[in-house]
Design a protein around this ligand. Structure first.
Ligand code: ATP
Length: 307
């Protein structure tokens, strides 16, 4: 069931159409990724969901009703611009943010300690925020976002500034929260993260949706025309072949996209007949990154034609 529905959102800043008719639905207990390149309109969309910006038009529904201040109480929001009081200690910061959301007492302090332990910051409780590294400040801001046990998490680029170990840790905590039934909405321009974490994605470009749906279904749909190839020999003869849409050399692997999924066997035959040694021929392999590049390029061509 859809718990949140975003319908036909529009927002312009002077002549810039930052969000240009965006709609999507979010289900209970899922991780939803809003993905796209820099300037695509992700932050503006999240800010409208958080009632920081008023949409020019469109609506956001929670369980079928317009969102109001009740929603704000149920949300943990990690904004793009991080903001902690530099002179406050770590523990005071966490207790302060929980208090703002109406939660205090021994239980919150215990949970704060647990999260600090998990993020390897247990010995920094009395450290002032200004004396922490950027990555550690980011971790504190994340704990402050989830400490009051919100039903919804809205996270704007949550992984920026974190090293690989902390990225994995954060990812695991987000998945644990999803498994507890929380709704996670996050934005990223990093396709790898979206690919590893999301149940559903909406990809936006120039303020418009270019892809939307269940991630594994989308991947299966796009993979049908895609072949991931490792080979020895010369495949330059494929360049002018009418069944090929594109060839991308990724170093070790070459991605070949066909115009029609029914030509996969034909492609394999062609390679073998032309004395190419096929080491890997994977007809079901496409990354979200490849899908993004493909769609963003198509979108670029459309945008240019509109000008
Ligand atoms: P990034 O990944 O770089 O954060 P984004 O997808 O979050 O990008 P937005 O921040 O939503 O993108 O910006 C979308 C467009 O709207 C951009 O062209 C941006 O310059 C413009 N924009 C966003 N906020 C404002 C504002 N307050 N005033 C004017 N223009 C804005």
């Amino acid at each position: 069931m859809n718990i949140l529905e975003v319908k036909n959102l529009y927002k312009s800043f002077d002549t810039i159409k930052a969000v240009d008719g965006v709609s999507f639905n979010i289900k209970q207990g899922s991780v939803f990724g809003l993905i796209g390149r820099n300037g695509a309109g992700k932050t503006t969309t999240l800010r409208m969901m958080m009632n920081i910006y008023t949409p020019d038009s469109g609506e956001i529904l929670l369980n079928g009703k317009h969102i109001d201040n009740e929603f704000k109480k149920k949300v943990g929001y990690l904004p793009e611009e991080r903001g902690l009081y530099k002179k406050m200690t770590v523990m005071d910061t966490l207790l302060f943010f929980a208090d703002v959301k109406g939660k205090k007492g021994a239980d919150i302090k215990r949970k704060a300690n647990e999260y600090l332990e998990r993020f390897d910051l247990a010995d920094r409780k009395l450290t002032k925020i200004q004396d922490l590294s950027k990555g550690n400040q980011q971790k504190i801001q994340f704990i402050a976002t989830i400490l009051h046990d919100p039903e919804f998490l809205v996270l704007d680029e949550p992984f920026s500034g974190l090293d690989p170990i902390n990225t994995d840790l954060l990812r695991q905590i987000i998945i644990d929260l999803r498994d507890k039934g929380k709704v996670i909405i996050f934005s990223t321009h990093l396709m790898d993260f979206a690919e590893k974490m999301c149940d559903y994605i909406t990809m936006i470009d120039h303020g418009k949706i270019i892809l939307d749906g269940n991630l594994s279904e989308l991947k299966a749909q796009y993979a049908k025309k895609n072949v991931s190839l490792n080979y020895e020999g010369d495949i330059s003869f494929l360049k002018n072949n009418s069944m090929i849409e594109s060839i991308d050399d990724f170093g070790n692997t070459t991605g070949i996209r066909l115009k029609s999924a029914s030509d996969i066997q034909e492609l394999l035959k062609l390679l073998v007949n032309n004395n190419v040694t096929v080491k890997k021929f994977d007809a079901n392999d496409i990354s979200l990154h490849e899908i993004f590049v493909l769609l963003a390029e198509n979108n670029e061509v459309k945008e240019e034609k509109n000008v």
